[in-house]
Design a protein around this ligand. Structure first.
Ligand SMILES: [Fe+2]
Ligand SMILES: [Fe+2]
Length: 279
């Protein structure tokens, strides 16, 4: 069994500052790490799918390093639109994947148990939307062709439309070209993304695309064409991707905060469940 925790959209701030005045993103990220460490089954690796920082500020990367250092397992990461590839490289040059990635953009493949992680960089400096670009697409095509082990493709910007117009406007610009590269490869199990701060499932290039909620604030669900981007405090959460050769990749949602329970499924005295044998 291979278990991977995916956390996304941390939007960390310099120590002591909140995000957008009310979201204590540093505290929520700390709690997310605590939740991962408290899991009964310890993940083999953690993948951070972008927007680690809110402003690409070196002080925010320093906070990220301190928080992520609490994780004993390998931590893989890719930039979001709030980060930059250069900022990520400066801050995390000793992290797996990044230490081996030599180009301007941060893309790499890595083995995690029975899965192969293909980490893509969709950051476009100074822009909220994403783009993979030709060089990276060529690398992806070659990388997918040379190994047919089950692969998770991680990218910050979701390549499929989400149906939330103001977010689709800042989605992945070259998603058709990405689909052409991915479609022929049966071993691509999943595309995993962030960016929208909501749990979303869609299909892309004949594969399942899952978009993880943020470990911090969430996006208000609004399908209107003229909707304004707003956030709220729906439950902060992260994904657990569990892979076994028999079941493939199955994705579970885990929550950052604690909730009441566990409680046993007790029935009233003298009442048996349908199908139970009378005593
Ligand atoms: Fe984000
Ligand atoms: Fe983003």
């Amino acid at each position: 069994m291979t278990l991977i925790a995916q956390i996304t959209d941390l939007h960390l701030r310099p120590s002591g500052l909140t995000c957008y005045r009310v979201s204590d993103t540093n505290m929520l990220a700390e709690r997310a790490i605590k939740a991962i460490l408290g899991l009964e089954d310890r993940p083999d690796a953690v993948i951070v799918t972008g927007d680690l920082t809110d402003r690409d500020d070196p002080r925010e990367y320093a906070v990220a390093r301190t928080i992520l250092a609490k994780l004993p397992m390998p931590v893989f990461m890719i930039p979001g639109n709030h980060d930059t590839s250069a900022g990520m490289r400066r801050a995390f040059s000793d992290y797996p994947g990044i230490s081996e990635s030599t180009g301007e953009k941060l893309y790499y493949s890595a083995d995690i148990g029975s899965l192969r992680l293909i980490a893509l960089d969709s950051n476009v400096p100074g822009k909220p939307y994403g783009q993979v670009g030709e060089t990276q697409l060529e690398w992806l095509s070659k990388t997918l062709a040379e190994d047919d082990r089950p692969a998770l493709v991680a990218i910050h910007h979701p390549p499929a439309n989400t149906g939330i117009p103001h977010m689709d406007g800042i989605g992945l610009m070259d998603s058709d070209a990405l689909a052409d590269v991915i479609r022929p490869h049966a071993h691509v199990e999943r595309i995993i993304c962030g960016h929208v701060h909501r749990p979303i499932v869609a299909s892309f290039a004949g594969k399942i695309m899952t978009l993880a909620p943020s470990v911090a604030h969430q996006l208000v669900l609004d399908f209107k064409e003229d909707a304004q981007a707003m956030f709220n405090f729906e439950p902060s959460a992260f994904f657990l991707h569990k892979h076994t050769p028999k079941s493939g990749t199955v994705t579970h949602t885990a929550y950052v905060e604690n909730h009441p329970g566990p409680f046993p499924f007790w029935s009233d005295e003298g009442v048996t469940w349908p199908g139970d044998k009378p005593e």
